[in-house]
Write a protein that binds this ligand. Structure first.
Ligand code: IPT
Length: 972
């Protein structure tokens, strides 16, 4: 577990070796990405990088990549940070797949088109709560320690890099793409090996990577990242990971920065401060549900910590982990810290819905993108405050003289609302500014700023954005509702001031136009003359500011008030064409070039003309339609049921199964007796694995003693000669301590009289593996920990047991490469295609609902079909909901059209709702739902009630093509 690991790591760090001296890998001279102490530069132009972390492998629908990426862009981000998951692409040594849902080339192209830079993070190790931390299951059979320069591992990871690097390389900015940084490894701080760290970078350069190389530092892995780290392994432009709010979702209301102030450390003097992973959500370690994690990392946290970080660290690169979390579909999850949903409490939910966190990102992100001097700042003298409860920190841009002041409580835990008057001396003069700070809020004020054609001397409102539109400046400023605001603008001569809306007092003296107001609704002030081009000042609150969108090119930006999302805007002739989503009908106001007098709304089934009038603000005002009709989602009926687990019966034919007779293993954990039974050693890396063991009975058998390691939340079920003996929780071993003894060992009494002396007895064991441990500590004891049976004996009998093993059909030779290695395990139904569309289930028994029929211990399958015809031109995010209490005894794998979209129940997690992503979901056609229910005990019924529901619906969205996937029967 992460926390425990952190503690272990702290101890390990003391032992870190003194770094070797040598040259750091420099970027090739041709790179268009450079950097200095302050910021990254692209073609010499400074940029503030505001990135959201997103994992394509957690959204198996390439059409939806565009939706999420456009939402990220619209939310004020100009970049995404992306892990590339080795395990997701490679089922077998030497076999790689980059097609379909694995088409990362398409993902990178989509990011480019959405206007997003990319921080590429191909590992080889990625962590990210993915199975094996991104290491493929087959790597457990490769000699040599993971994350080291051992030859076996080196050969394996180089092969991965030589597949992924060229794809990343052709998407670099220097080649017309948008990749700006390359992240080598991931928080590589324990058991480190400099030669390995260096080799990753050398391979990247050899593969054509010419952007700066970074690494996300955790825990002071200074070998690679400090100014004195000059190589081997040293990176050019290091970043730091910060999770100041911890992962304590249950205590969201009280937690406030237990892991520190979250000020990103400066690591090198010659490189900018880079918040490589800054907490923007949380894993749900305590099964509290992701809404609790969203509360833990909500707008208050974002305001206080993100703004403090910006102002105290001077960082100019931020990556927020996660921007959109997505789904651990199939067996993507690492077993110990997560369940199916990787919603992460992020700004965009797993169902792609924006939250109030999204609004806060938009306010902050637009500011970072609009106010260019933020890209180069140094600490500066702070304004004085007349109230010691309010603390102020300031920075200045040494070239432009622009000032920034962070206003927050001196005591970061304070929850009171306090007011002060700041006295701020800027090059333009000394100004008295009224400020008010609510508990745990923070504001970044700007002074001495050339705001377009204006001169902003100082303001106690925050700038959200401003743009030069049609000969005038339009600026959106905001402050907490009810708080006082003052804005001072400089004019060579007295300008004309028209307060179009709201209560704003103004005065002009000594070149200063001073506006005083209370932040309330949206006030509008038009300033013209005075020797400058006109200015439309929009003074809002947090809430009204969040209704604004900025879109279009820098040459012709458009500001929009209203709609649920503006994806893009274009001004053509006299028409503004908005591509927008609307959740309901409502007002839209467009600030565009005055030449434009018409508005067309794209998105939805086709363009719609929106009737508009010109407002006194010079904007266009109209009403946009919402979704045309509510989506009708059918009830799930027509279920059919079939019992499974024929493997438990003595007569089952397992002649095609692998004989488990290996005597050696690459796992550091060696069997104490008998053959190696570890699933990975036989090529079965993901999901359920069956064992059948035969022995000649004597009648004296007393106990079947087993031990299986499955990772947390796994378990195993045992039958002897067809008789169900019971189940046990699978072992986790990596986390064993006195308080949490390893649950793996299970003892099962042999029923008297069951076994007949001299006859062959058959043990059948179904082991439900939950994925591979990560390798955060670069320790094979952890990563190469076995899965499946690790010990098996029949007490009271001298007989040896002859074992056979069967996991996913074909093992590493996938029968369904489209859905890939992580989709299915080795249940009989999975091996036989019961999860697939088109499987002939007509002979199965009809049942009203899965809950309507008693469950026996073992495996039961349910299937049904449902038709959909969702309204065109709308985006309806559909989910599957299990009603009732989450069952502890039975767990359900959910297959939508053959895709394993989640696991429910069985102590896996609190999750009751599962996203059915468009693309996998046939929105206009037949859908097949298959449930594989494994129960450790008899129960009155299967899971449910089960129904479809909508997480949200908007007019708009993006076209989402169906993701193809083979139907039954698989031909391989
Ligand atoms: C940090 C990892 O780099 C990232 O991959 C992910 O696992 C994240 O944590 C937690 O979700 S590790 C840091 C918290 C010590």
């Amino acid at each position: 577990m992460v926390r425990k690991v952190l503690a272990v790591l702290a101890a390990l760090l003391v032992l870190l070796p003194v770094p070797l001296q040598g040259p750091a890998a420099a970027a090739p001279a041709a790179s268009r990405v450079t950097y200095d102490h302050h910021s990254l530069m692209i073609d010499g132009r400074r940029v503030v990088v505001q990135a959201a972390e997103i994992h394509y492998f957690r959204l198996p629908s390439p059409g939806l990549w565009r939706d999420v990426l456009e939402k990220i862009r619209a939310g004020g981000f100009n970049a995404v940070s992306v892990y590339f998951d080795w395990a997701y692409h490679s089922p077998k040594p030497g076999v790689y797949d980059f097609t379909g849902v694995r088409d990362v080339d398409r993902f990178l192209r989509t990011a480019e088109r959405a206007g997003l830079y990319v921080v590429a993070r191909p590992g080889p190790y990625i962590n990210a709560e993915t199975t094996g931390g991104g290491f493929p299951g087959w790597l457990k059979n490769v000699p040599g320690r993971g994350r080291s320069s051992d030859p076996g591992f080196t050969e394996a990871y180089r092969d991965w890099l030589h597949h992924i690097n060229p794809i990343i390389a052709r998407h670099q900015v220097g080649r017309g793409g948008s990749v700006i940084l390359y992240n080598a490894e991931n928080e590589y701080a324990a058991n480190t090996d400099a030669a390995y760290m260096q080799d990753i970078q050398d391979q990247a350069r050899a593969d054509g990577i010419d952007v700066p190389i970074t690494t996300n530092d955790c825990c002071d892995a200074a070998d690679w990242t400090s100014t004195w780290a000059t190589g081997p392994g040293a990176v050019q432009m290091p970043g730091v990971d910060d999770y100041p709010q911890s992962f304590d979702c249950p205590n969201a209301e009280t937690v406030w920065g237990p892991w520190g102030e979250g000020v990103t450390e400066r690591l090198r003097d010659d490189a900018p401060v880079f918040a490589a992973e800054y907490q923007a959500g949380s894993i749900d370690l305590e099964n509290a549900g992701y809404e609790r994690c969203r509360a833990l990392t909500g707008p208050a946290y974002m305001k206080y910590f993100y703004k403090s970080n910006l102002m105290v660290s001077g960082a100019t690169l931020f990556n927020y982990y996660m921007g959109f979390g997505g789904t651990n579909w199939g067996f993507l999850a690492q077993p110990n810290d997560v369940y199916t949903s990787y919603d992460y409490g992020a700004a965009l939910t797993e169902a792609r819905q924006p939250t109030t966190k999204y609004d806060e990102f938009k306010r902050q992100g637009y500011f970072l993108q609009s106010v260019a001097p933020l890209a180069k700042t140094d600490p500066a003298a702070a304004p004085t405050t007349d109230n010691p409860a309010i603390g102020v920190v300031a920075r200045t841009n040494p070239d432009t003289g622009t000032r920034f002041a962070l206003v927050r409580h001196a005591d970061r835990a304070a929850t009171t609302t306090d007011a002060a008057t700041l006295s701020w001396t800027v090059p333009d003069g000394t100004y008295a500014l009224p400020v008010q700070v609510a508990g745990r809020d923070a504001h970044v004020l700007v002074g001495a700023y050339d705001l377009g054609g204006q001169r902003l001397a100082a303001s106690s409102s925050e700038i959200m954005t401003h743009a030069h539109i049609g000969g005038r400046d339009v600026a959106v400023l905001y402050g907490t509702a009810g708080s006082p605001g003052a804005t001072i603008l400089r004019y060579p001569a007295k300008p004309q001031v028209r307060v179009l809306e709201g209560d704003v007092r103004w005065a002009f003296a000594g070149g200063d136009l001073r506006l005083d107001y209370t932040h309330r609704g949206l006030a509008r002030v038009l300033v013209s003359g005075g020797g400058r081009r006109p200015l439309l000042l929009l003074l809002g609150t947090d809430e009204t500011a969040a209704t604004f969108w900025r879109a279009g090119t820098d040459a012709a930006p458009v500001l929009v008030r209203g709609t649920s999302l503006v994806r893009s805007a274009a001004v053509e002739g006299g028409t503004v064409r908005l591509t927008a989503d609307t959740a309901q009908a409502g007002e839209v106001e467009v600030f565009a070039d005055v030449q434009a007098s018409r508005l067309r709304l794209a998105g939805g089934a086709g363009d719609t003309d929106v009737r508009v009038t010109r407002t006194p603000s010079g904007s266009l005002l109209g009403r946009v339609p919402g979704p045309r009709e509510a989506a009708r989602l059918p009830a799930l009926t027509g279920w059919r049921v079939h019992d499974e687990a024929p493997e438990a019966a003595p007569g089952f034919d397992d002649s095609s199964w692998r004989t488990a007779d290996r005597t050696t293993t690459e796992s550091p954990m060696k069997p104490k007796a008998g053959p190696v039974l570890y699933a990975d050693d036989y090529g079965f890396h993901y999901g359920d694995v069956w064992y059948r063991g035969r022995f000649t009975a004597t009648g004296a058998e007393t106990t079947v003693a087993l031990n299986a390691i499955t990772g947390r939340r796994g378990r195993y079920l045992v039958w002897l000669d067809g008789r169900y003996l019971g189940s046990a929780a699978g072992g986790t071993q990596a986390d064993v301590d006195a308080a949490n003894p390893d649950p793996g060992p299970g003892r099962f009494t042999v029923p008297a009289g069951l076994l007949k002396p001299g006859r062959t007895a058959t043990l059948a064991v179904l082991v439900q593996n939950m994925g591979h441990n990560d390798d955060w500590t670069a320790d094979d004891n952890r990563f190469k920990q076995p899965r499946g049976l690790v010990a098996a004996s029949v007490e009271g009998s001298p007989a040896t047991v002859a074992w056979k093993i069967q996991g996913a059909r074909g093992g590493e030779d996938l029968t369904d490469p489209v859905r890939g290695p992580l989709n299915t395990g080795g249940l009989y139904g999975e091996r036989s295609g019961w999860h697939l569309p088109g499987y002939p289930d007509r002979s199965w028994k009809e049942v009203a609902a899965p809950a309507a029929r008693p469950l026996a211990p073992g495996v039961t399958w349910y299937r049904t079909e449902f038709g959909l015809d969702l309204p065109g031109g709308q985006d309806v995010s559909v989910g599957l909901r299990f009603g009732g209490a989450v069952p502890a005894g039975s767990r359900t794998m959910v297959y939508l059209n053959g895709w394993n979209i989640g696991q429910y129940g069985g102590d896996i997690g609190p999750q009751k709702e599962f996203v059915l992503p468009a693309g996998l979901l046939r929105e206009h056609g037949r859908n097949t739902l298959a449930l594989a229910v494994t129960s450790t005990a008899a129960a009155t019924g299967g899971p449910g009630p089960i129904g479809l529901f909508a997480y949200g619906a908007v007019r708009g969205g993006v076209p989402v093509p169906d993701v193809p996937g083979p139907s039954y029967p698989l031909t391989r």
